[in-house]
Design a protein around this ligand. Structure first.
Ligand SMILES: C[S@@+](CC[C@H](N)C(=O)[O-])C[C@H]1O[C@@H](n2cnc3c(N)ncnc32)[C@H](O)[C@@H]1O
Length: 290
């Protein structure tokens, strides 16, 4: 059967109302619905309905419902080519190289070369397949810091898929406490740790920031990695200072280039000094030391 993407764009409030309307209207049809921000500056969202089959009939039902609700929105119909989307989406996730690390999906096991430190991660419910500039930047920095500083006790805050915790553990063979605010991510992290034979070193727990007794119990850390976002990272600066060992290193990421100086300033205020910044696309990864 042919797949179509029906979509409408509108300012946030209107788009949210249309989405709620479609959710109720198509509840029994099983269509996939999505709502995504497409223009941050003007607060414009796009509402999508993926229809397998008679798209014209769905467009007219959607139009009638919108009209009745007094929401006039043009709905566009984009027929999608007949492609095996599952293989296609996996195809898009090519293996990623960062230093010695190769992050790949199960479908690319044959791409591993001698000397690679291969980490198998499926695109799933947690962030971190290696494709994002922040993850790749962190992987590169982990390799450099392990080579120069030989850390012995590490924390990976905001572990997501656990890609960084696994990389660090497999490279340095040291204990890594991996934490995430999201229990789904923690579950995915545990599965990936097992899959990548890193259970002897990595333990994953659900925690917001430093709020977990095990984080305090294992402190101080001579390496803390946190690929979160600039704003929470700035808020965590003083707690980072309390949990880092003297001479310890921080790898901070999830920071846009324009936010870099503010993050460095927040950490300089806690007696960290900036060592190096890696830029990948619009994202930076920062190495600070205390
Ligand atoms: C950008 S992802 C990074 C995932 C992985 N570490 C990587 O580098 O690919 C950020 C992760 O941090 C988690 N997170 C966000 N805020 C957090 C907080 N305050 N404490 C712990 N985890 C947090 C999110 O749930 C998400 O899984």
């Amino acid at each position: 059967m042919s797949l179509s993407r029906l979509f409408a764009t509108a300012p946030r409030e209107k788009a949210m109302r249309a989405y709620a309307l479609f959710e109720a209207l198509f509840e029994d049809d099983g269509f996939a619905l999505a709502i995504t921000e497409i223009d941050e500056a003007n607060d414009i969202l796009c509402v999508e309905i993926y229809v397998d089959g008679d798209a014209a009939g769905v467009v007219s039902r959607a139009r009638n419902a919108l009209d009745e609700a007094g929401l006039s929105l043009p709905i566009e119909n984009e027929p999608l080519p007949d492609i095996d989307w599952v293989s296609k989406s996996l195809e898009g996730l090519k293996p990623v190289r960062a230093g010695r690390f190769l992050v790949h999906g199960a479908h690319d096991r044959d791409k591993r070369a001698t000397g690679d430190l291969a980490i198998e991660i499926e695109a799933g419910q947690a962030f971190g397949t290696g494709h994002h500039g922040t993850t790749a930047g962190c992987l590169e920095m982990i390799e450099q810091i392990v080579r120069r500083e030989h850390p012995v006790n590490a924390l990976d805050m905001g572990t997501g898929s656990a890609v960084l915790a696994i990389a660090l553990a497999r490279l340095a063979h040291i204990p890594v406490l991996a934490t995430d605010i999201d229990p789904v991510a923690t579950r995915v992290a545990r599965d990936n740790v097992r899959l990548n034979a890193a259970s002897a070193w990595v333990r994953a727990v659900t925690a917001t920031g430093f709020d977990h007794p095990e984080i305090a119990r294992r402190a101080p850390y001579d390496l803390i990695i946190a690929n979160i976002l600039a704003r929470p990272l700035m808020g965590l600066a003083s707690a980072m200072a309390r949990h880092i060992a003297s001479g310890g290193s921080l790898i901070l990421s999830g920071i846009l280039e324009r936010q870099r100086n503010a993050v460095i300033a927040a950490y300089a205020g806690q007696r960290f000094r900036h060592v190096r910044t890696i830029q990948r696309g619009e994202w930076v990864t920062i190495h600070m030391k205390r």
